[in-house]
Design a protein around this ligand. Structure first.
Ligand SMILES: C[S@@+](CC[C@H](N)C(=O)[O-])C[C@H]1O[C@@H](n2cnc3c(N)ncnc32)[C@H](O)[C@@H]1O
Length: 212
């Protein structure tokens, strides 16, 4: 399988292929591109997240803390970064609503819990002490009610020190202002990550309070 490798030697465009049924291998990148064309309103990206963005999204994850939930896992570039931080497969839960991406994730990451469902139902996982919810969702383009279900379900499972991590290509925090106020969310933000297409910023949201 041809592997396109980004600067620094980190595999970027090509991940383990998936049989295309006609003797070839479909790379994660090719699958991502095909799904952009089929479901542009769901994927909402020009390309999978770059190694630099994946590294920032997963910074601070601790193999000795609780589970990690990933929302909108796509072809698994962030899932791989989560695993590379030493998080055990059985402590990782991906949520993806696109059946083609879900099947690809199952092939690529055995042992991880993969859920084919809407991120709006994340609260149904019923986990506790989650150390981070890491979201590749196009959150700001979603209706307020869906954002509320995603953030509410996430914070119901996050540990008190847990973070909801979300990237954005835009200039404002990627959770609707009304919801940030309603849920008393505070946040930290990264510097702009230029080595991504388009450049992005990572926000870590947490419940405002003295112990956070
Ligand atoms: C911008 S892509 C990010 C993919 C990957 N995490 C990355 O960083 O390259 C957004 C992903 O969110 C998924 N998605 C969109 N809406 C969703 C929803 N309501 N529930 C679950 N997944 C959703 C899409 O299918 C797509 O895989």
């Amino acid at each position: 399988m041809t592997a396109l490798v980004a600067r620094g030697g980190v595999p970027y465009l090509s991940q383990r292929g998936k049989d295309d049924g006609i003797g070839g291998r479909v790379t994660g990148f090719a699958l991502f591109m095909s799904q952009i064309l089929r479901r542009p309103g769901q994927v909402v990206a020009l390309a999978p997240s770059s190694p630099a963005l994946c590294a920032e999204m997963t910074a601070g994850l601790d193999p000795h803390k609780g589970p990690v939930i990933e929302l909108g896992a796509g072809t698994g570039v962030i899932t791989q970064a989560i695993r590379d931080r030493g998080i055990a497969a059985h402590h990782v839960h991906t949520i993806e609503m696109n059946p083609s991406f879900h099947t690809h994730l199952q092939d690529r990451f055995p042992g991880v819990h993969h859920h084919l469902m809407s991120a709006g139902d994340v609260g149904d996982l019923g986990l506790t002490d989650v150390q981070a919810v890491i979201s590749g969702l196009p959150l700001l383009s979603m209706p307020l009610g869906l954002q509320r279900a995603i953030l509410g379900g996430s914070f119901a499972q996050l540990a008190t020190t847990g973070r909801y991590v979300q990237f954005t290509y835009g200039p404002t925090p990627p959770v609707a202002k009304a919801l940030r106020e309603e849920m008393a969310l505070d946040w930290e933000q990264s510097t702009k990550i230029w080595r991504n297409m388009p450049p992005a910023r990572v926000y870590r949201f947490f419940k405002a309070g003295p112990t956070r």
